[in-house]
Design a protein around this ligand. Structure first.
Ligand SMILES: Nc1ncnc2c1ncn2[C@@H]1O[C@H](COP(=O)(O)OP(=O)(O)O)[C@@H](O)[C@H]1O
Ligand SMILES: Cc1cn([C@H]2C[C@H](O)[C@@H](COP(=O)(O)O)O2)c(=O)[nH]c1=O
Ligand SMILES: [Zn+2]
Length: 209
């Protein structure tokens, strides 16, 4: 479990900032982990501001909501640049669904950290086709701390790192949840539509002719 580095309570011009990235597939617990870290920062009486891309209207226009219904208030923004202005000189900046921002987010996170702020970013490391998602590789490369979380493969129960798309669209951006995606391990992701739940495979193998 991630433990916060000890924050030195020094004057702002001497404070050290940093970037933390939480990545993984859908349903892996990225949002829960983001909410956990930001809640602890608030308990520590740090000033926290939280942002998400405005296009992410899946569960709520404003709040960040996890698949398990944990929620935290956020400010939706159209561009990464707005985060820089709106974050002001708060202590901790939280950002969810970072994969939907363009490359500017990398520079924004760097500037925030350089000016002494703690930046906690969550996002999908891979898209539905298994390719690195947009700005995420650069964020992962420039972060001090990287946490990769894993879901459970809904086909076989192993550890999942892929978001398997259940609908035909090839558009990179397609909002959705269990209606359109499922978490899958490497093997079941590669099997695609051929993958069958473990129980079925067992029943098939023991079927009497
Ligand atoms: N296949 C799955 N593997 C693990 N957790 C799942 C799965 N499907 C649903 N969940 C639920 O999703 C929660 C994680 O939600 P969330 O933090 O929103 O994930 P993420 O932001 O990575 O999509 C888990 O605690 C669990 O309740
Ligand atoms: C894989 C993949 C996902 N999306 C969308 C689907 C969801 O709305 C979000 C991911 O949310 P989560 O908090 O990680 O569950 O992204 C997409 O647009 N394109 C993709 O390839
Ligand atoms: Zn599997």
């Amino acid at each position: 479990m991630f433990i916060e580095p000890t924050r030195r309570r020094e004057p702002p011009h001497l404070r050290t900032g940093w970037i933390e990235v939480i990545c993984g597939s859908m349903f892996s617990g990225k949002t829960e982990e983001l909410i956990r870290r930001l809640t602890r920062a608030r308990i520590a009486k740090l000033q926290v501001r939280i942002f998400k891309p405005a296009i992410d209207t899946r569960y709520d226009e404003e709040n960040i909501v996890s698949h398990s219904a944990l929620t935290i208030h956020s400010t939706p923004v159209q561009t990464a640049g707005q985060i820089l202005t709106l974050a002001g000189n708060c202590d901790v900046v939280g950002i969810d669904e970072a994969q939907f921002f363009d490359e500017e987010i990398v520079e924004v996170c760097r500037k925030l950290a350089d000016q002494g702020q703690r930046v906690v970013v969550a996002g999908l490391d891979m898209d539905f086709s298994g390719k690195p998602f947009g700005c995420m590789p650069q964020l992962l490369a420039t972060a001090e701390y990287v946490t990769k979380v894993h879901a459970i493969c809904v086909v076989c129960g192993d550890i999942a790192q892929y978001s398997y798309r259940l609908v035909a669209s090839k558009e990179r951006v397609l909002l959705g949840e269990t209606d359109s995606y499922e978490a899958r391990c490497r093997r079941c992701f590669n099997l695609g539509a051929e993958a069958v739940p473990k129980e079925w495979a067992y029943e098939d193998a023991h079927k009497e002719d």
